[in-house]
Design a binder for this molecule. Sequence first.
Ligand SMILES: Cc1cc2nc3c(=O)[nH]c(=O)nc-3n(C[C@H](O)[C@H](O)[C@H](O)COP(=O)(O)OP(=O)(O)OC[C@H]3O[C@@H](n4cnc5c(N)ncnc54)[C@H](O)[C@@H]3O)c2cc1C
Length: 390
Amino acid sequence: MHVVVCGAGIAGLTLALQLHRQGTDVTVVEAAPGPRTEGWMLDFFGPGHAAAARMGLLPRLQELSRPVEELVWAGARGRPRARVPWARFAAALDGQLLSLLRPDLERALREQVAGRVTVRHGRRVVGFADGPGPLRVHLDDGTALEADLLVGADGLRSRVRAAAFGPVPLRLLGMHTAAFAVEDPALHAALGRRLWLTDTLDRMLGLYALEGARVAVFTVHRTPAPVPPADARAQLRAVFAGLGGLVPAVLARCPPPERIYCDVVAQVEPPRWSTGRIVLAGDACHAVSLVAGQGASLAVAGAAELARQLGTAPDLPTALAGYERTWRPVAAARQRAGRDGLEWFLPSRRTTLWARRAGLRLLAVPGAERLLLRGLLGGPDPPGGAPGHP
Ligand SMILES: Cc1cc2nc3c(=O)[nH]c(=O)nc-3n(C[C@H](O)[C@H](O)[C@H](O)COP(=O)(O)OP(=O)(O)OC[C@H]3O[C@@H](n4cnc5c(N)ncnc54)[C@H](O)[C@@H]3O)c2cc1C
């Protein structure tokens, strides 16, 4: 069996690794010219953490994880409003929580597939022909790959999904997000090992110190705009103007728009996850968005589940049906939890902001963490794994 995976992101690399371990021939096609070095900080917990443990990836992920000592929420003028030791969050998740840069998670997976799986960088999948005979996967250089299965692991705006099912509208959550890095020794020193977040209405900016004098920045703000702006830097400067603390230094050093990741915050719910010899994985079929805080986790666990089904089911249709039957309810529950937790994630009302602040202060008290974590992380399920998942 030859599987072509479109996208060397978190889901695509996980799937490639697991299929290779099962003896399947895999080719990964990735649009980016090489591994990405830029990205955002991930809280990695839940089903993906459990899957990574089963896959033997945890020791490497622990090495690559970034220690955080404390989370600090600062008000509009920059004064700290709440502080929570990172250990409180980790304790609430029985220690099954890693703080990782997205490129580091990708790196751990790449190290495992290196020399074992062909990854073709700088090439895009543009379509496929799934008629009689071998499935043909068309690339943007005019060539085609023959395959027995094409997996669209190509993210929120999946090209494979569009080719298989036609346009599937994104479920917009009324926010934009951005991520980038700035270089500032003073800002870096001020942060230390803290994750610094604004505790503000309708907009949030988070900071974490990286190597050297680099600082990772992520932002989210409410807006009805259905597409990201042409000039992300101008938008960020307008939205976050007037905030104090560490924000002015970030806005002053904000890189040009082409070096800022910026997109709508959205989920996606395609009518089906597979058709014929085409199947979707990761954000392409179950994007939960950053408000659910588990997109990468679900990408790992869902891809591992797809590989398991392909390795154990008697035939392809049974494997693809089993994958969707098992995994879709898990992803749908996380999507719902993310939507239900929107107001907690980014308060739009002063009463929520105050209630959240009180909750965060309580979180610093030993023993209160389990109760409060569900609201703050937006997840009603037990964090260790997905209910009903093998
Ligand atoms: C700011 C921010 C914070 C987040 N925080 C968290 C968090 O704390 N915890 C968490 O678990 N998740 C978090 N997430 C979500 C998480 O990053 C995503 O859910 C996850 O990266 C999805 O992985 P994926 O492999 O499905 O898709 P992606 O990571 O998007 O990978 C898709 C890949 O496909 C490639 N591609 C696209 N089209 C084509 C094509 N036509 N041909 C070839 N290649 C193609 C792309 O270049 C890319 O490499 C966050 C997301 C954002 C934006």
